[in-house]
Design a protein around this ligand. Structure first.
Ligand code: 9MR
Length: 581
């Protein structure tokens, strides 16, 4: 997609809460300031002002003018902006505007559940389906990978039924599962009462436990199943990754490590509803990264289910301890990314995962050994930037800065200061792009929408710590962008806005390829513009012809631009829930 050159008004197509900053963008409207009108549903002018000319903008590739109507606070539906003969999409000004979005963004995780039928009552009739991979008792990959490296396999199978499918594919990855699960659990820990029993559409509603905890448990139980039993020795490449050369194969004690992923031997075609997947499901070798993801989330689990389900909390704590020791024993078992059939999530730098796991274990246990691991880490009190699946240090810092723990007060203060300083740097990024979003000007990565929302999450944390309204304004500008204030005039969320996401890269929500299949349910986020890894066939055609914010297309084949993923919908949920709070 290239941004249209006719004047157009881009804004959050859902709307604004009454007290929030309200910004819209006039795209391609020239460089002369223009008068604008705010119209109510009957077409009466209820507000007016003049645009602010920003001018040519490299991020969007268009000339930008800004319309700020923050001062208007009267609740209503069907408002429109009008400038130079151009009228915007209608939008609402309403309290509680983000509540449905938060609930639908949470429902995505139910829709992605593996191992159980997805029922019409909780998913909506169009999205009901039989269980995918209902009994997944998987052996280990054995044989040669694409690089020709021989893998020994293992002498056991693990029952790894359950969990969430990662994305449009049917892989279940411990590394990415970890940050997605953490994000849901953190939303719970921040405000335990926000999603009580009965508040979400899931089968566990009515069991007396927070629905958010119930949804998170679906993934936690799966991560626990990915842990290797005691007494297992295996031979794997062990050591630092340098170039394409694998480190030497070494025998290790793998007890307590977690497998990197369970996934199909070969990529399946599009569409393939999960219940029709006939590929062999395999466990791929354990990695230190996966093991630390398990340690961190299981430690979080131990703290959050204490008093709710003590037996489960205890099971989590013992898994977390076993995982931590396994990672200490085997600190350099990296994912090597050379298997076909699934994504890599290979991470050659794990000091941030060590810090995260230590932080969660320390917050849960208060034990000296974990405190030492936290304070000795290069990430402790270091500059904070947004988290991602391969950079999890901020998750540990958020926990230590916001959850009651045994760190001395001055250290907690310094962690808070580091978070706030990180949030300030993110806020300053609004000055670098015409659409005024808290995000870099160029170099949009795979999953930029998820990245942006993780930045917004840090702004939310900074607001919690300071009460300063500027951070909320930053969060609002991020959600505004995702819901339509962008140079494509696109809402990147299905079911929301005048031009919602319709054709994500997904093997079941593949209406574009098979009219008998549904499109996406409401509340699903597209990965978003990506001008740095334009590897799919749709992206390849756009390459070199789009500004960063315009390197995107609503095309099911555009897996590098338009896939969905648990680690992207998780911050969408977190941010929507936060805005609603
Ligand atoms: O989100 C991941 C992105 O950071 C990587 O650059 C990309 C290529 O390795 O993979 C993305 O993750 C995909 C995963 O490997 C498989 N399931 C779908 C994920 C989202 O596209």
């Amino acid at each position: 997609a290239t941004a249209q050159q006719q004047p157009t008004i881009d804004l959050n197509q859902v709307g604004f809460e009454p007290g929030d900053v309200k910004l819209a963008i006039l795209r391609s409207g020239g460089t002369t300031a223009l008068p604008w009108l705010l119209l109510d549903a009957d077409g009466n002018a209820v507000g007016r002002g003049e645009t602010f000319v920003y001018g040519p903008d490299a991020s969007s590739g268009v000339v930008v003018q800004r319309i700020d109507f923050s001062g208007f606070r009267r609740a209503g539906r069907g408002y429109r902006l009008s400038v130079a003969g151009v009228t915007s999409d209608p939008f609402a000004i309403a309290a509680g505007l983000y509540r449905p979005l938060a609930r639908d963004a949470a429902n995505f995780f139910y829709q992605q559940r593996a191992g159980v039928p997805i029922d019409a009552r909780n998913a909506g009739a169009a999205w009901a389906r039989p269980a995918g991979h209902p009994s997944e008792v998987a052996p280990c990959f054995a044989g040669k990978d694409e690089r020709g490296t021989a893998w020994p396999g293992c002498g056991y199978r693990l029952d790894v039924t359950g969990g969430w499918y990662d994305a449009g594919d049917h892989g279940k990855y411990v590394v990415n599962g970890g940050i997605a699960l953490w994000t849901l659990l953190n939303a719970y820990e921040r405000r335990p009462s926000a999603f009580p029993d009965g508040s979400l559409r899931i089968p566990e509603s009515g069991n007396g436990v927070s629905d958010l905890l119930d949804e998170a448990r679906w993934e936690m139980e799966f991560l626990l199943r990915m842990q290797i039993p005691d007494g297992v020795r295996t031979r794997l490449p062990v050591g630092p990754l340098a170039g394409r050369q694998l480190p030497p194969v070494t025998e290790i004690d793998a007890s307590g490590m977690a497998h990197q992923k369970v996934a199909d031997r070969n990529w399946t075609t599009l569409p393939t509803p999960p219940q029709q997947d006939r590929e062999e499901r395999l466990l791929y070798p354990p990695t230190t990264g996966a093991t630390l993801n398990l340690a961190a989330t299981a430690a979080q689990c131990a703290r959050l289910w204490r008093g709710i389900d003590d037996a489960f909390a205890a099971r989590c704590l013992s898994a977390a301890r076993r995982a931590w020791s396994a990672a200490q024993r085997n600190p350099q078992v990296y994912a090597t990314n050379s298997f076909t059939g699934s994504g890599g999530y290979g991470d050659g730098s794990l000091s941030d995962e060590v810090y995260w796991a230590a932080a969660e274990l320390y917050a849960t246990t208060g034990e000296e050994a974990f405190r030492t691991a936290v304070t000795a880490s290069p990430h402790f009190e270091a500059a904070v930037r947004a988290p991602g699946w391969s950079f999890t240090a901020p998750l540990g810092t958020i926990t230590l800065a916001t959850v009651k723990n045994a760190l001395p007060a001055p250290e907690v203060q310094r962690l808070r200061a580091a978070l706030i300083a990180g949030a300030d740097r993110i806020l300053a990024e609004r000055r670098e792009n015409g659409y005024a979003i808290p995000y870099r000007a160029s170099g949009y990565p795979w999953g930029s929408n998820g990245d942006l929302l993780n930045q917004a999450m840090l702004l939310g944390v900074a607001h919690d710590l300071t009460g300063d309204a500027k951070y909320r304004a930053g969060v609002v500008s991020a959600i505004d962008y995702v819901l339509g204030r962008n140079p494509l005039g696109q809402s990147y969320v299905s079911g929301y806005g005048a031009r919602p996401l319709r054709n994500p890269h997904h093997r079941f929500w593949a209406h574009a390829l098979d009219p008998k299949l549904p499109g996406p349910p409401p509340g699903v986020l597209s990965g978003g513009p990506n001008d740095t890894a334009m590897v799919d066939p749709v992206a390849a055609k756009l390459k070199g012809r789009c500004a960063p914010q315009a390197c995107w297309a609503d095309d099911i084949h555009a897996y590098a631009l338009n896939e969905v993923a648990i680690n992207w919908n998780a911050p969408l949920f977190w941010v929507a829930a936060w805005l609603d709070d």
